[in-house]
Design a protein around this ligand. Structure first.
Ligand code: DP6
Length: 344
């Protein structure tokens, strides 16, 4: 018999950034973070997994190309964890099919460019772990699954939920309290939209994984951020989201993006993720906000901008940006995700 599951998972874009690990193998962060999950309509990862007694090895295809599983410690960790959970279920209920010991074939694809600072690892690992949980029929909620997805890629733990999601850093050494929780569902603030400005779809220079550990090692500013800034910013952000206070949400989002890129500059040698176009977008949005905050920008580990704004401002923002960058590709407005991960 062949057992199979296929699922999709959404992208999330942080408004309080995760940058720095206190444990690199369990992927435990140096600060809590908060993100908005985008609609799956335009950007998502899709994963199919089959288990069969006929398979002789575990195999993986990413966007149609076969990749090694053994070399990928993070993927191995996600497989080990979910198989162990399945083995426990099978031990408790002997009528269940024996899936924990079977080899599997994994096929995963993104409908957007990988490693262009568009959080492909977030949706990818969220999707992998969610699909494994469906295949193995694991009785876990999204927060429990986030603990496994976190070990694939830190930001992946937040893509198990729709809407507004916090990754609580936790303090335990085993990582059991370092998990994602939903702050508010997508239906809470339907008026908020995101637009992705694809400044470049080239693969980025310094990966998040390498970059953040160099920051941990060399940046004094990161220590200030972790201790004196993020704890209060998390509280303020959660309050702004609950109150649907766009100006406050936008101000905190832009300040946090700015500080994240300042911390990258404070890394030695420095890391540059934004380019001249990214900085021009910051100037344009700042000018646009001159008489009242109507839009927020944020940048991850790459030059692409994500703009958050109330729905009514999106057409205007789109036309201003396309006036300055007539050749640039802007995605259509992405409304917030309606469902989180789902079985298709
Ligand atoms: C700038 O989750 O990609 O996007 O845990 O090493 O896989 P690893 O890093 P990753 O880092 C994301 C960094 C960020 C900020 C964020 O998403 O919070």
């Amino acid at each position: 018999a062949i057992f199979e599951a296929t699922c999709t998972a959404p992208v999330n874009i942080a408004v309080v950034k995760y940058w720095g690990k206190r444990d690199t193998s369990l992927i435990l962060p140096t600060n809590s973070s908060l993100s908005v999950t985008l609609s799956q309509d335009q950007l998502h990862s899709k994963t199919s997994i089959r288990a069969s007694a006929d398979f002789t090895t575990d195999r993986l295809w990413l966007n149609g190309i076969e990749e090694s599983i053994e070399k990928n410690k993070r993927l191995v960790a996600c497989l080990r964890e979910t198989r162990a959970l399945r083995a426990t279920l099978e031990a408790e209920n002997t009528t269940l099919p024996k899936l924990a010991g079977l080899k599997i074939h994994i096929c995963s694809e993104n409908n957007f460019p990988t490693a262009a600072g568009l959080a492909s690892s977030a949706s990818g690992y969220a999707c992998l772990v969610y699909t494994l949980s469906k295949l193995f029929e694991l009785p876990l909620d999204a927060s429990d699954l986030s603990v496994v997805a976190r070990q694939g890629s830190g930001s992946a733990c937040r893509s198990l939920f729709g809407g507004f999601v916090a990754w609580e850093m936790g303090e335990k050494a085993d990582g059991s309290d370092s998990r994602a929780v939903q702050i508010a569902p997508e239906t809470h603030w339907p008026d908020l939209q995101a637009m992705i400005c694809v400044v470049s779809d080239e693969k980025k220079g310094t990966s998040s994984t390498e970059g953040m550990q160099l920051t941990v090692k060399t940046s004094a500013l990161l220590q200030h951020r972790i201790k004196d800034v993020v704890p209060k910013r998390m509280d303020d952000m959660i309050a702004a989201i609950h109150a649907k206070d766009f100006p406050k949400f936008a101000e905190l989002t832009m300040q946090d993006s700015n500080q994240f890129h300042a911390v990258c500059l404070d890394t030695y040698p420095p890391i540059f993720y934004m380019n001249d176009i990214s900085r021009a977008i910051i100037r344009i949005i700042t000018e646009y906000n001159k008489d009242g905050v109507k839009a927020a920008y944020t940048f991850d580990a790459g030059p692409n901008a994500v703009i958050y704004a109330p729905k009514e401002n999106m057409a205007e923002i789109y036309s201003i940006l396309s006036h300055y960058f007539p050749g640039a590709a802007f995605d259509d407005s992405l409304s917030l995700v309606k469902e989180n991960s789902e079985k298709v």
